[in-house]
Design a protein around this ligand. Structure first.
Ligand code: FAD
Length: 386
């Protein structure tokens, strides 16, 4: 049977960060991704705005791999919102300045991320759906994977669930919660006209029904993102909405052409674990002794959250850790924690931890923090705001 120290399930921003961090610790790492590119919603889902690494008042909040991937994404230039002066140095910004964010090219980022993981020794298995687990003595012993070769089994030391949907947590019996409100329909797509390539962002985040966008049809329906039939219907509605929107644009400008549609469903929140700790939206500016990094709030300037290690695991399954959209936060904070920089922060912490142990409840968190700091992560707000 194939045997790996660390298995990362899902190759979105959380999975990329986790695999990179674990490989840099010298472990034998495999990454399973059901699509044929890395980046998840951030590439195949056409969500290409790398939301801010800063608090909006001049303080960088997220560091380490979160910043490394932002810089990687603009290696050959940005699509928009280039964070020019941020890359020259920080510390002098006010609320009048732009935040440290960027819009990048999805395809270029996916290729560069793939090269980065390969250079660091991560084995990437594309077209590979993790469909089940075996457990014994409170640990996942192996993962069942379907791909073009058929069904294979992989023996694992520790597992990072970066599927965005907590698939592995669900298979292994870790308690999970689903998004109660449900997702609105989204239909982000790219079109080209004489002005170049444009991103049309149809379907804003977390809007109430009475704030609906005219362009989105069937808005009254909400989607869990966890049912095969429902997801297919959602994707068809999204395609139809894209077509209708483009046809309207074409009436105004005959040179407008659709260039790219998403190849994975555009759902924001689906399932998260019930962690040893659930971080709440009111816990901004709170010191956590077991912080593994910090995130800011993309929706408003000011709030900073330290991320406790306990948000990443539940001791029901000792060798499973989660990252990205799967992290244990309350419903309100979920809309903050799900975005790209936060996924990179939790991914780096989860991957580093997964390289250190196959029992997260017994991990010496101080040793994990030491490794994260050595890798450039800043753990506490007091270290950025004196
Ligand atoms: C419409 C929309 C707009 C958004 N706007 C923004 C924005 O402007 N900026 C921003 O920063 N964020 C935005 N987000 C959120 C952000 O894009 C995602 O939450 C984030 O990229 C999630 O990263 P992730 O790695 O946790 O999960 P995902 O990106 O979902 O990655 C999970 C990966 O796991 C794979 N996978 C899933 N299940 C399995 C399995 N069982 N086996 C193998 N592989 C599996 C998937 O194919 C995918 O590649 C938006 C999201 C949506 C839907």
């Amino acid at each position: 049977m194939n045997k790996y120290d660390v298995a990362v399930c899902g190759g979105g921003f959380a999975g990329i960060s986790a695999a990179l961090a674990a490989a840099r610790e010298g472990k034998k790492v495999i990454l399973f991704e059901k699509e044929y590119m890395l980046g998840g919603l951030g590439t195949a889902g056409l969500v290409t705005i790398y939301l801010p690494l800063c608090d909006g008042y001049g303080h960088q909040v997220s560091f380490g791999i979160a910043e490394e991937l932002l810089k990687l994404s603009v290696t050959y230039g940005a699509e928009d919102m280039y964070p020019e002066n941020w890359l020259d140095g920080i510390g002098t910004k006010t609320e009048k300045d732009k935040r440290y964010l960027v819009r990048y090219n999805a395809q270029v980022f996916a290729i560069l991320a793939e090269q980065l993981l390969l250079e660091n020794g991560v084995e990437i298995l594309y077209g590979s759906y993790v469909v089940d687990v075996d457990t014994a003595d409170g640990k996942i012993t192996s993962l069942h994977v379907y791909n073009k070769s058929g069904k294979s089994t992989y023996s694992v030391g520790s597992v990072v669930d970066a599927t965005g949907d907590c698939d592995i947590a669900k298979f292994s019996g870790v308690p999970t919660e689903t998004f109660k409100q449900g997702n609105i329909l989204a239909a982000w797509y790219y079109y080209v006209n004489e002005k170049g390539m444009n991103l049309r962002m149809l379907g804003a985040s977390d809007i109430s029904d009475n704030e609906r966008e005219d362009a989105i049809e069937f808005i009254d329906r909400r989607f869990t993102g966890l049912d095969g039939q429902e997801i297919s219907e959602m994707v068809c509605l999204s395609h139809k909405t894209t077509l209708n929107n483009w046809l309207k644009k074409r009436e105004e400008n005959k040179d407008t052409v659709i260039s790219t549609i998403a190849t994975i469903p555009q759902v924001r929140m689906t399932r998260k674990i019930v962690g040893e700790y659930e971080l709440s939206d009111v816990e901004m500016h709170k010191y956590f002794e077991d912080s593994v990094g910090m995130v800011s709030n993309w929706k408003e300037r000011g709030p900073i959250y330290e991320v406790p290690f306990g948000t990443l695991y539940n001791k029901a399954v000792k060798n499973l850790i989660v990252a990205g959209r799967c992290t244990s936060v309350n419903e309100t904070l979920w809309d903050v924690m799900r975005v790209i920089p936060c996924c990179a922060v939790t991914g780096q912490a989860a991957g580093t931890a997964a390289a250190m142990t196959d029992d997260f409840s017994a991990l010496d968190v101080a040793s994990l923090q030491k490794k994260l700091v050595e890798a450039g992560v800043v753990l506490h707000e007091k270290d950025i705001i004196k």
